[in-house]
Write a protein of this length. Structure first.
Length: 453
């Protein structure tokens, strides 16, 4: 049966798997794990994998798994794909995943010597072919397009089969560092009129959150961060290490008289991103030295950073941090809460104990906070006693498309049919005034049902 099947994601955020089928061949888009803390998932991860690969090698052949980006709710089950199935992801995304995996494996081996490795699975992944070009998988033609998301090197796909043209958005937005102009020009140049739009709708169920947040873009975030950092001497920023648009905004917002600090893992991820994007975006260029926090001042942690130099000034981009200097001068420190159960106090909490009056900039989804929809115990513990207005400000912009952006995409592509996914607001798609012109084009089916061509 030729068509589109969403195995999971029709009515939930994260844990995504989608199938595009032609005859007895198919491609899969994403193999995502359920988000931590999700209540009543449509399917467990184990049950999902059983369903996805039940007919593999018998009634169906998987020609490829295409990953939109490196977030766990899209790649978390990659190791469950049968060997021999080609897997693809962006080249920069693969580098970032390798860096994350090496860090996780070092931690896991401390906890369990026989912990399974993720590196082998990541090594199986191939980078996408040339931007704007296509590849045919037994009659399923795929053109990957780089898009704006909180994970850099994210992709949406133009998919053509049986004379139909599909746009599968994955997670996207138009308010990051690349901006609206890049988004619109890409859609006009590479997409145009389509038959079917498969679009994420994360923010459909978060309209109140969006409306109450004055920080609409990464540019807004950077401007407000500069004001906060100028006002406070000791700045601690809680931000996802792979939310690199925000990380780079914080880096460029650091005042000239203050030190920018992060640990070696974060520095390595930043270095990968800068190498990949500095040709295209000013905010991805080196501005000032990045000082690296190394446990016990051990230079071993600098081994992958020592030779990196600013291509313009030829100066070293990374130096090992001197605690006496940064505590005296003032700083902006990117931090993460401790998630190691064997450590009573994490490295960043330990450093904060030496500070006089740290101010925290919280730049993550508010749902992880104590009174949020999905509280994260590690974050709640990290912020304990510091989450009042005198010591913390929430400064975050979404990694996902606003309603207005999805409406703009509908206008630019004029789809005959629209399939919402990656959303808890599926039913609202037909009721939003912004989508009014397209309300009668929206298909809403349950997980596992097929949208036939």
């Amino acid at each position: 049966m030729d068509g589109i099947k969403i195995y999971r994601g029709s009515d939930q955020i994260g844990g995504i798997v989608t199938e595009i089928t032609k005859g007895d061949h198919r491609i899969l888009i994403d193999l995502g794990a359920n988000l931590p803390g999700i209540k009543n998932p449509a399917l467990s991860d184990d049950e999902l994998i059983k369903r996805v690969f039940a007919g593999e090698g018998d009634s169906i052949h998987t020609d490829a798994v295409l990953f939109t980006h490196y977030h766990g709710d899209h790649v978390g089950l990659r190791g469950k794909a049968p060997e021999g199935i080609p897997m693809y992801i962006g080249g920069t995304a693969k580098e970032i995943m390798e860096t994350i995996a090496m860090r996780v494996e070092l931690l896991n081996k401390k906890l369990c010597k026989n912990a399974p490795s993720q590196i082998e699975t990541i090594n199986r992944m191939e980078p996408y072919w040339k931007l704007g070009s296509s590849r045919d998988f037994n009659g399923i033609k795929v053109t990957p397009l780089v898009c704006d998301h909180s994970a850099i090197d994210s992709y949406m796909f133009v998919i053509e089969l049986n004379g139909k043209k599909i746009l599968y958005t994955g997670d996207f937005r138009d308010h990051g560092i690349p901006g609206q102009d890049t988004f619109e020009s890409m859609i006009k140049r590479y997409v145009g009129k389509i038959d079917v739009l498969v679009t994420e709708g994360t923010m459909i169920s978060r309209l109140e959150e969006t409306g109450n947040n004055p920080i609409k873009s990464e540019d807004d975030l950077g401007k407000r961060a500069a004001e906060i950092f100028a006002e406070h001497k000791e700045n601690v920023v809680l931000v996802s290490s792979t939310n690199l648009d925000s990380v780079m905004e914080f880096y460029h917002a650091t005042p000239a008289d203050k030190v920018f600090l992060c640990d070696a893992y974060q520095a390595e991820v930043m270095n990968i991103a800068i190498k990949s994007r500095s040709r295209f975006f000013d905010k991805y260029r080196y501005k000032k030295c990045i000082y690296v926090l190394c446990p016990d001042n051990n230079s071993f942690y600098m081994k992958n950073l020592e030779g990196v130099r600013n291509p313009v000034t030829k100066r070293r981009c990374f130096e090992m941090a001197d605690e006496d200097i940064y505590l005296d001068k003032g700083f902006v420190m990117l931090a993460r809460p401790n998630n190691n159960p064997n450590m009573a106090v994490g490295r960043f909490e330990e450093r904060m104990q030496k500070m006089k009056d740290p101010f925290i900039t919280y730049s993550m989804w508010t749902g992880y906070l104590e009174d949020g929809k999905a509280p994260d115990a590690n974050i709640v513990r990290f912020l304990e006693g510091k989450n009042d207005k005198a010591h913390m400000e929430i400064l975050h912009t979404s990694g996902h498309a606003y309603v207005e952006t999805i409406a703009k995409l509908m206008e630019l592509t004029n789809p005959d049919k629209i399939i919402p996914m990656h959303t808890e607001g599926r039913d609202a798609f037909t009721n939003l005034p912004q989508f009014g012109e397209y309300a009668n084009r929206i298909w809403k089916k349950e997980d596992g049902q097929v949208y036939e061509f």
